[in-house]
Design a protein around this ligand. Structure first.
Ligand SMILES: [Zn+2]
Length: 72
């Protein structure tokens, strides 16, 4: 399990408001490393229930959420 998968490639801009206060959204059981990131509010953790199309990023300014396209 690699640390970098929990963080978006910086800088990430919110497509709605253009703000860069964007956090990666994580799911699943947090590892000690991820737990540390959660406590530092570097990621937004949503727990173990992953929706069919989970958002990967969440804007902390306008609360817009979106799914970063990995392919296509
Ligand atoms: Zn925003």
């Amino acid at each position: 399990m690699r640390l970098k998968r929990y963080f978006p490639p910086p800088p990430v801009e919110c497509p709605y408001c253009g703000n860069t206060s964007v956090l990666a959204v994580t799911y699943g059981y947090p590892s000690p490393t991820l737990q540390d990131a959660i406590e530092r509010r570097q990621v937004e953790h949503r727990g173990c229930m992953m929706p069919p199309e989970p958002p990967t990023h969440a804007c902390q300014d306008c609360h817009y959420e979106w799914r970063e396209p990995r392919t296509s």
